[in-house]
Write a protein that binds this ligand. Structure first.
Ligand code: ZN
Ligand code: MN
Ligand code: MN
Length: 285
């Protein structure tokens, strides 16, 4: 099995965080993404040093690296609702601590949804919140990676400018990275289906954010059209982006060392992950 390409998929942690490695290995992942805790609950069972030891042991045995963390969907650092916001800050701090304990280099985070408070207020609130989190995690190596979003509802991050603005407003911005989700950006209006469009999109990304800040790529085709602002993942080549966009991405030397991770539908098993990964490998010249 070829391990040269830094591709993989999001893996389940049910039964323990370390289980993700075995699943990842079965599917042929060189890299994986995990939730650091249950993704749709606030509470988490404490992560013990024994859990962390088992995790590192499994990582060493499988050689899967890096392992990217993804935060829980409930977390919203832009929420104007005090109860949700307080829970979000608390949960994000817990997730950063878990990620650090497990040695994850990145924790991908959806920037947040401003609800009725407006984008400008939302962006400021996210930046201030990240400042607080940074203050409370001094010396941590894990970097928060802001994920590009589809712009569904009031979610922030569907324009590169919004992510750039958050990073500009964060004091220790060198502790931040960006995660580019192909489905989200496409739904947000950034086309990558043909060479010219692809080049224009990443030229804009470089100009506004800077390619050096790109740390993680999520490889998802999109069920919905360009600029639909609807976030629905589809299997590679079976959505509105199509194979050519992924061929351009897989052959772009700039992303060789960046973990490229599938978040495509599992449909009750990992069989589709194997198919998607094989398809991605076949696209490389
Ligand atoms: Zn995400
Ligand atoms: Mn994603
Ligand atoms: Mn998504």
């Amino acid at each position: 099995m070829t391990r040269k390409l830094l591709i993989g998929a999001h893996m389940s942690i049910s039964g323990g965080v370390f289980n993700a490695f075995q699943h990842g290995e079965e599917v042929g992942c060189a890299t994986i993404q995990i939730f650091t805790k249950n993704s749709n609950q606030w509470k988490a069972k404490e992560l013990t040093s024994e859990d962390a030891r088992k995790f590192r042991e499994s990582q060493e045995k499988t050689g899967i690296s890096p392992v990217v963390g993804h935060n829980a969907y409930l977390i919203n650092l832009a929420s104007p609702k005090k109860d949700v916001y307080d829970l979000s800050m608390e949960a994000m701090l817990v997730e950063l601590n878990r990620a650090e304990l497990l040695g994850l280099p990145y924790l991908v985070m959806h920037p947040g949804a401003h609800l009725e408070s407006g984008e400008k207020v939302g962006v400021r609130k996210i930046a201030r919140s990240i400042d607080k989190l940074h203050q409370e995690t001094k010396g941590f190596r894990v970097k928060i990676c802001l994920e590009t979003t589809a712009g569904q509802g009031s979610s922030i991050g569907y324009r590169f400018e919004q992510l750039a603005e958050i990073m500009d407003q964060v004091k220790e911005s060198e502790r931040l990275g960006v995660c580019y989700d192909t489905c989200h950006t496409f739904a947000a209006g950034y086309d990558i289906r043909m060479k010219t469009a692809y080049e224009n999109t990443f030229r804009a990304f470089d100009k506004v954010i800077g390619v050096q800040r790109l740390k993680v790529i999520h490889l998802n085709d999109s069920l919905r059209d360009l600029d639909s602002r609807v976030d629905r993942h589809q299997h590679i080549g079976e959505g509105k982006i199509g194979l050519e966009g992924f061929r351009l991405l897989m052959n772009d030397k700039r992303w060789e060392k960046i973990p490229k991770i599938l978040e495509t539908p599992k449909e009750g098993g990992t069989g589709k992950d194997i198919e998607n990964l094989n398809l991605l490998r076949s696209l490389v010249n």
